[in-house]
Design a protein around this ligand. Structure first.
Ligand code: ATP
Ligand code: MG
Length: 419
């Protein structure tokens, strides 16, 4: 039977659903063949979090239906992205004695479980427990301890937690559409898979996904996830600033931003004007394009400053030789890399899902930073991201139908071996 991987990215601006078939080459390597893609405008989502279950459920249904239609088959389960300022991350250590003398899956699993034994604030739950590095009999910085002979195994793990309510609501919206959630995946953990090169992840890099409602940060050094953060700011703020600055409706401001926006106002001719309808006037008025770009640049500088402060506080700002990779829909704004280089004094590039990824059938339209999370979720479903424990949600169908579902979750341990 054909093995299928599906992804649903429930963003603040759009919901995107993708479906792919797993393919195997003669050397045992795995890849994906895209079968279908569907998109719908987002509703009921604010800053990455479900605010209206009915609206969000309908938006997901529309995207999934379009994807199923494109693929010619139904979607039964999916990897679902999660973001929002309720997400926190911390580092924790765990230990496991080695019974049989050599380290097996079981011992690694136990060490990760021990790392998970932390006191969480009320209503917070663990989403991911990801090994950063291992210590074998006191020898630190081991990346692959499997099969080593030892007495004691310790792990340094990155633990991502989120609000139980936010997770439950998101799972409910997906489950009500008859789709099981394979895993909830922190969005920057997915998007990095679509836009970073192995060299960048090895050297040290931060992926910054500027979406509509949130800006997600993930730092990778030595191929390991070191830091994650979700900021409550995104492209909607840019549009809102233009709307306020011009006294124009949000849709008009969004259109102006996309058509005439630039992150570096000096790159736009001083005398260039654009026309738009504003509140209280019947006919269109002209505006300086540079003025619009100045509004956008001011907010973008603020976003970059927030990211910069965050990276400094995390202690990783000076450990990023490969710099910053910007992605998400807002990184489509021309000049954003230039602005980023000025603000971060680091190499900055815009990252899109590209044809070098192990996915065939990725259309030009999907090779855009807007789809980094959706494509990354598919890739997450293809590989295990190293040694990790992720949370799988199982919903009793009866509960969904009776509307009494309150987010029961059971832990599911993914195969500890990568690939
Ligand atoms: N060409 C463009 N120029 C500037 N901004 C753009 C362009 N195209 C899209 N955007 C902006 O990108 C944002 C949407 O990005 P994206 O699709 O990555 O967000 P999302 O995944 O829906 O939201 P989030 O991840 O924050 O929940 C919107 O604010 C939109 O205005
Ligand atoms: Mg997004």
């Amino acid at each position: 039977m054909q093995e299928i991987v599906s992804a649903i990215d429930v963003g603040t601006t759009k919901v995107c659903a993708l479906m792919a078939a797993v393919t195997h080459d003669s050397l045992g390597g795995m890849a994906l063949q895209l079968l279908g893609a569907g998109e719908a405008s987002s509703r009921g989502i604010r800053r990455g979090v479900v605010m209206n279950v009915t609206e969000a459920t309908d938006a997901i249904a529309a995207a999934v239906e379009a994807c199923e239609h494109d693929a010619g088959q139904p979607m039964s389960s999916a990897y679902v992205g999660i973001a929002g300022s309720h997400i926190s991350a911390l580092t924790s250590q765990g230990m496991s004695p080695i019974g049989s003398g050599s380290i097996g899956n079981m011992e690694m699993h136990r060490a990760l479980e021990a790392a998970q034994a932390i006191v969480l604030p009320q209503n917070q739950d663990v989403i991911h427990t990801i090994a950063r590095s291992w210590t074998v009999d006191g020898q630190a910085h081991i990346f692959q301890p499997l099969g080593m002979t030892a007495l004691r195994l310790e792990v340094d793990a990155h633990i991502v937690t989120g609000s139980r309510t936010a997770m439950s609501n998101l799972v409910q919206c997906v489950a009500t559409n008859g789709i099981d959630v394979d895993e909830l995946v922190l969005e920057p953990l997915a998007s990095n898979k679509a836009v970073l090169t192995p060299d960048e992840r090895k050297m040290g890099v931060a992926v910054v996904d500027i979406g509509g409602g949130t800006t997600d940060i993930a730092v990778f050094i030595d191929d390991a996830l070191c830091y994650t953060a979700i900021l409550d700011v995104g492209g909607h703020h840019l549009t809102n600033d233009v709307a306020i600055g011009l006294h124009a409706p949000f849709e008009t401001a969004e259109d102006l931003k996309r058509r005439f926006g630039h992150a570096v106002p000096e790159r736009v001719a001083e005398d260039e004007t654009v026309w738009a309808t504003v509140f209280g006037e019947k006919s269109e008025r002209s505006f300086s394009r540079q003025f619009i770009c100045q509004i956008l640049a001011a907010r973008l500088e603020e976003i970059c400053e927030l990211v910069h402060e965050n990276l400094k506080k995390s202690g990783y700002r000076n450990k990023l030789p490969a710099g910053i990779v910007l992605t998400g829909g807002s990184s489509l704004l021309p000049g954003i890399s230039e602005l980023g280089r000025d603000m971060f004094t680091l190499p900055v590039r815009v990252g899109s899902p590209s044809s070098r990824l192990p996915i065939t059938g990725l259309s030009r339209a999907l090779q855009s930073p807007t789809y980094a999370t959706s494509v990354g979720l598919l890739l997450w479903g293809l590989h295990d991201d190293g040694f990790s424990i992720h949370r799988r949600f199982e919903v009793e169908p009866a509960m969904v139908h009776s509307g009494e579902w309150v987010g029961q979750a059971t832990r599911w341990f993914k195969n500890l071996l990568p690939g």
